[in-house]
Design a protein around this ligand. Structure first.
Ligand code: NAG
Ligand code: NAG
Length: 283
């Protein structure tokens, strides 16, 4: 019994610090929070905005299945996020309003068009009932987080050569508010599409063969023995989506470097994707 206690004390001496580091966050600098102030809702897809398309919304049951790709940062692969009907509807409503994409480095106050950085077309799509059901699905997957709003949905179209260089979806987490999460969903079903994957060069690699349906696998699926690889390229698979979180939830307000990503150039065919960004309180 006595030696057991000695052993326990020794164990506590060895592990006390790591355990305390795990349960308290005192080691990392805490975020300085500013109040939300007046929320500019122009670009947000508010749930209860009283619009006719939003009243008595009847959405189909979710039919997707999920696979966790990474726990830190949280990256979830979603099979069957969009139905075939939803995909055709998205293509139909986007077609007449596609316009050249721009980029911003200050949250949208100024925008630039630079085709060396981003070469695609974007459509901020109208909030039809079907679109509202997709918004609701994105909110539900995130557990209806408090003070987090889905932004107005945008489709993107890429022709051969079309791409988006490596970037973060968040430009800052200033004051504890920012673009907390992203979905990339694949809308188009062009059988001739080549290239156009979504690359995360700093995200770890999963090597189980079963991932090869969804991500580029080296050498037809064989990872080299013992080699630790980084980097993941998600293939554009119609109807599927990838979801990831942009900020740590440890109260520091820091973003994940692993969320750095690019839309690789389309080599052949046309790629149409759907971006769903959520903006709000960084936990
Ligand atoms: C709200 O955001 C929109 C789009 O960025 C902008 O045009 C508008 O001026 C903003 N409104 C206010 C009150 O800041
Ligand atoms: C409501 O849906 C219709 C078509 O279903 C669409 O044309 C309209 O723009 C939508 N309204 C809004 C506010 O987005």
């Amino acid at each position: 019994m006595f030696s057991y206690i000695i052993g326990l004390v020794a164990l506590l001496v060895v592990f006390y610090n790591p355990i305390m580091d795990m349960v308290s966050h005192e080691t990392a600098p805490q975020l300085r929070r500013t109040p939300l102030g007046n929320l500019n809702t122009t670009l947000l897809a508010l749930e209860d905005d009283g619009a006719p398309n939003g009243t008595d919304l009847q959405c189909p049951h979710d039919k997707y299945s999920i696979h966790i790709y990474s726990r830190e940062p949280l990256v979830i692969y979603i099979e069957g996020f969009l139905s075939d009907d939803e995909r055709s509807h998205l293509l139909e409503i986007s077609e007449p309003i596609f316009a050249p994409s721009t980029t911003t480095s200050d949250g949208g106050a100024t925008t630039n068009r630079d085709t060396s950085v981003r070469d695609s077309e974007v459509a901020m799509i109208p909030r039809t009932s079907s679109v509202r059901c997709i918004e609701a699905r994105a909110r539900a997957l995130q557990g209806w987080r408090e003070q987090v709003w889905v932004e107005r949905l945008r489709t993107q179209r890429y022709y051969p050569g079309g791409h988006y260089n490596h970037h973060f979806d968040w430009s800052s987490g200033r004051g504890g508010w920012g673009r907390v999460s992203s979905f990339m969903a694949w809308v188009g079903d062009d059988k001739d599409l080549q290239g156009g994957g979504t690359e995360f060069p700093l995200l770890g690699t999963r090597t189980d063969q079963r991932w090869c349906r969804f991500v580029e696998c080296p050498d037809g699926g064989q990872a080299e023995d013992g080699e630790i690889e980084t980097g993941t390229v998600f293939k554009p698979v119609a109807g599927n989506a990838v979801y990831w979180e942009n900020f740590r939830s440890d109260g520091t307000g820091r973003g994940y470097k692993e969320s750095w990503h690019a839309g690789l150039p389309v080599e052949k065919g046309v790629k149409v994707g759907l971006n769903i960004w959520s903006w709000g309180y960084i936990e």
